[in-house]
Write a protein that binds this ligand. Structure first.
Ligand SMILES: Cc1cc2nc3c(=O)[nH]c(=O)nc-3n(C[C@H](O)[C@H](O)[C@H](O)COP(=O)(O)OP(=O)(O)OC[C@H]3O[C@@H](n4cnc5c(N)ncnc54)[C@H](O)[C@@H]3O)c2cc1C
Length: 403
């Protein structure tokens, strides 16, 4: 089986490894940039200090625990405490996020928040939109401090314009009673010793051919079977094409461009934890700043992630400033347009979009691993199916919000 994989990010590299292992496929990988890794690349400052641009920890957020032994074949995973914090106003101290009652009650607005909770007791949630949902579950003060300005800053949307389902899906109403600061990340977290880059050398070792600096332009059905891929250099044919490139672009933007949200970064070298601590003394690995007084929406302390809780050596503090030209987070309001693209992809037998760009889905490493495994498991069903059956397989590979 000749398999062409577009993109040498984590989805493409993991698929190259698994297609070789499970099907003895003859795999060629094409990558538009000069190196592998995609989003999951460990960079270095000019002083040689490592940091990541987007992804930062291996964890089981939504996928299955199976991914941990799989990762351990390639990486030395070191456990880390990863707590997230939020500073609700510039003059307030940082508190854990999701917020917990004891920390909130100590804030200057704590009494007001407590009065609102008391008034809401026993009342049902109002699901007209995200604003009514949050105000009727966590109260108006917390809604306006933690969610309204952040949504405007990062998603460019008012809470009134977002459905309540979005909040329910992400369980935004969660407030822990007893200071369970590790919500929602109760799963253990890991940082690989030496960073993420060695993972790609090992996974891509299984490919017969690896071509860098080649960009795929479009994909079509080869008359008589198989898939044709036109790149900026030449035209290629394969039995199967797994594409981790943006699905809208590989299908010629025929239904228009899918919208993304993202951020650009600013870095600073620091040598001790800078973002405050949870009440149990663990420093925050990253901190949300929802208020409008700053453009920064989140700041990550890579020292805590790379070296542990009480590090004192040079490390990187990275600030994220919203920038929609960077494709990081797909948005819910493009769902219908994406469905049209997926149906179009299923018309080309042998064209399998995967990964975050191919499937227009926010996927962590564990859920990307799950996607690749589902694709391998479903491959014979896909081969025997008509358009509708292939579409069902692609939907199953994509998975739902929970995976
Ligand atoms: C901001 C952010 C933070 C994250 N944090 C975490 C985290 O802490 N933990 C976690 O588990 N996961 C995290 N993730 C998710 C993680 O990044 C993804 O699971 C994984 O890296 C996605 O890999 P991918 O191959 O699908 O996409 P990408 O990494 O984007 O790779 C796609 C590759 O395809 C190439 N490509 C694109 N178009 C073409 C083309 N036309 N021709 C040729 N090549 C092309 C690109 O150059 C790129 O190398 C985060 C993601 C983001 C965006």
């Amino acid at each position: 089986m000749r398999v062409l994989i577009i993109g040498a990010g984590f989805a493409g590299a993991a698929a190259a490894y698994e297609f070789k292992r499970r099907f003895s496929a003859d795999v060629t990988v094409i990558e538009q940039s000069r190196h592998a890794g995609g989003m999951l690349r460990t960079f270095q400052t000019k002083e040689g200090i490592p940091y990541e641009y987007g992804p930062r920890i291996v964890s089981v957020f939504r996928g299955s625990q199976d991914c941990l032994p799989w990762f351990r074949q390639f990486l030395d995973l070191q456990p880390r405490d990863v707590y997230q914090g939020t500073c609700l106003r510039p003059e307030y101290p940082a508190v854990p996020f999701p917020v917990d009652k004891p920390s909130l009650l100590k804030l200057p607005c704590g009494d007001q928040i407590a009065r609102e909770w008391e008034a809401l007791k026993g009342k049902p949630a109002v699901e007209t939109n995200l604003k009514t949902y949050l105000e009727s579950t966590i109260g108006p003060t917390l809604t306006s401090l933690a969610f309204a300005p952040f949504n405007l800053k990062f998603w460019g949307r008012r809470l009134e314009d977002i459905p309540a389902d979005w909040g329910k899906l992400r369980r935004l109403e969660r407030i822990s009673d007893k200071g369970d600061y590790r919500l929602p990340s109760v799963a253990p977290h890991y940082y690989p010793k030496g960073g993420f880059n060695p993972l790609f050398d090992k996974l891509l070792n299984s490919a017969s051919e690896l071509r860098y600096g080649v960009s795929v332009q479009d994909i079509s059905q080869t008359p008589g079977g198989g898939v044709t891929v036109r790149t900026d250099r030449d035209t290629l044919h394969a039995d199967l094409v797994l594409s981790t490139a943006p699905i809208d672009k590989t299908l010629g933007l025929r239904f228009g461009e899918l919208e993304w949200k993202g951020y650009r970064t600013e870095i600073e070298v620091i040598d001790k934890p800078k973002l405050g601590h949870a009440p149990d003394g663990v420093p925050f690995s990253w901190l949300y700043t929802p208020y409008a007084d700053t453009q920064v929406c989140r700041t990550t302390d890579f020292g805590v992630i790379h070296h542990g809780n009480s590090y004192n050596q040079p490390s990187v503090l990275l600030k994220e400033l919203p920038d929609d030209s960077v494709k990081m987070y797909p948005v819910w309001w493009e769902g219908e347009k994406f469905d049209r693209y997926l149906s179009e992809a299923a018309k080309i037998k042998g064209f399998l979009p995967i990964g975050r760009l191919g499937m227009y889905k926010y996927v962590t490493m564990d859920s990307t691993y799950g996607m690749v495994q589902r694709l391998c498991d479903d491959l014979s069903r896909y081969a025997e199916s008509d358009h509708k059956g292939r579409l069902d397989v692609l939907k199953h590979v994509r998975g739902d919000w929970a995976n």
